[in-house]
Ligand binder design. Structure first.
Ligand code: NAD
Length: 422
């Protein structure tokens, strides 16, 4: 954790987003006024949430919802819970959601939310009361046509069910499309739980195709073993990739012959951590980033690849399952070293894409078989991968800047057509 924290000082999430945005927008010769407007969120909501704790104490938690853009449709983006959540981080991630939705060409803008709390120290009752009061505080700003939250770090299907119920109680009718990532029984989509990990595998497959590489000869390290990391590891293992390393906040395991991922999943569901898994050598959760592999899949938190370790990353392909796992100075180092980076706003867009499918299904009241969801996801991820890589080749920029340029171009063109309301 030490160097991840140091690197956060290297550049905050918003600063990283803005630095990349500026490079891309200048290459597009975007008008200065439009540049400033697109870099700035539409709206930032700060709420203070009073909650009665189990022991009778009254606690107040800070919460945020940042709505970056509604140019292409309703805002869309996750809500994260965590002790380190900051407004700056949520602001940066909200903008990244706008670019992500534009890269995969789905009709949403971008938003992100967060509550400063430590879920590990909260009971289910406390978690539910925090979630419901946070939802009530932002209620006027969310809705199927306004802003549609989803799960992110430390939030899950149960929390989305509480958001949906709280909203529905206020508006006096069940409104499933107000939130995505819900349980299947409450209007969730088949395939949503696996979607982000599946999307990572789809773009990784495309990269392998480019390099004429086989899954069976490809060693993968997955950093983070929550929703994104565990599903990516499971699906890639089942598809024939060799998963040699996995880490979570507790520590990591490495096995050069390949880890037994089902045994690891069983171990984590029993012990709630990767540390102690007997099927590999114990390694530190930062050390593992630098170990031998062809594919590194960060799926944990921000800025873990930074100028202090980028020159020691051995992977040839970086699939960014997490949001903002690499700092801009690290981008330059990786680019110089020839690492093929599949940037977050492309690699992890499978989650928001299936969230879009969930929103469509809720609004239609008609639910699709999982095979249809996966086929449509595959189509969108492959198309977006090709769009980004071809854009990069055409404009002679790396994949990250290509993804930003493509997204900014799409959002700017929508804004120009709509005009500025005054
Ligand atoms: P999660 O809370 O389910 O899992 C996070 C995992 O990361 C846990 O295993 C945790 O132990 C681990 N972790 C945290 N800090 C770590 C550290 N310093 N070193 C090693 N491991 C660490 O969260 P998630 O939903 O899987 O999200 C992970 C990342 O993916 C986040 O950046 C999130 O914004 C991004 N993301 C998630 C989705 C989604 O659908 N859930 C979609 C797109 C992007």
């Amino acid at each position: 954790m030490g160097s991840a924290l140091t690197s956060e000082k290297e550049m905050s999430v918003y600063e990283s987003m803005a630095a990349r945005f500026d490079v891309a927008a200048r290459k597009l010769n975007l008008d200065e006024g439009l540049m400033k407007y697109l870099r700035t969120p539409n709206r930032e909501i700060i709420v203070h949430i009073p909650v009665t704790m189990d022991d009778g104490r009254l606690e107040t938690f800070d919460g945020f919802r940042v709505q970056h853009s509604i140019a292409r449709g309703p805002c869309k983006g996750g809500v994260r819970f965590g002790p380190q959540v900051t407004l700056d981080e949520i602001r940066g991630l909200a903008a990244e959601m706008t670019w992500k939705c534009a890269v995969v060409n789905i009709p949403f803008g971008g938003a992100k939310g967060g509550v400063v709390c430590d879920p590990a120290k909260l009971s289910m009752g406390e978690l539910e009361r925090i979630t419901r009061r946070y939802t009530a505080e932002i209620l006027d700003y969310i809705g199927p046509e306004r802003d549609v939250p989803a799960p992110d770090m430390n939030t899950n299907e149960q929390i989305m069910a509480w958001v949906m119920d709280t909203y529905s109680m206020h508006v006096r009718h069940t409104t499933t499309a107000v939130v995505t990532g819900k349980p299947l029984e409450l209007g969730g989509s088949r395939g949503r739980r696996e979607a982000t990990g599946r999307g990572c595998m789809i773009v990784c497959d495309q990269a392998l195709k480019r390099f004429g590489r086989k899954r069976e000869n490809t060693r993968v390290i997955v950093h983070g073993f929550g929703n994104v990391g565990s599903q990516a590891a499971r699906l890639m293992h089942e598809a024939g990739y060799k998963i040699v390393g996995v880490a979570d906040i507790s520590g990591g395991v490495y096995n050069s012959h390949g880890l037994d991922i089902q045994a690891l999943l069983d171990f984590v569901s029993a012990n709630r951590q990767v540390k102690g898994f007997p099927g590999g050598e114990p390694v530190g959760n930062l050390e593992i980033l630098e170990m031998d592999c062809e594919v590194l899949l960060p799926a944990a938190t921000e800025s873990v690849i930074n100028s202090s370790n980028a020159d020691r990353i051995k992977a040839h392909i970086l699939v960014e399952g997490a949001n903002s796992p690499t700092t801009p100075p690290a981008d330059d180092i990786l680019f110089d070293r020839g690492v093929f980076v599949i940037p977050d706003i492309l690699a992890n867009a499978g989650g928001v894409t299936v969230s879009y499918f969930e929103w469509v299904q809720d609004r239609q009241g008609y639910f699709w078989p999982e095979a249809d969801v996966n086929e449509k996801l595959n189509y969108i991820q492959v198309q977006a991968f090709n769009d980004v890589v071809h854009y990069g080749e055409k404009h002679n920029v790396n994949n990250r800047i290509a993804a930003y340029m493509l997204a900014i171009e799409r959002v700017a063109s929508t804004l120009k057509m709509r005009g500025i309301y005054a």
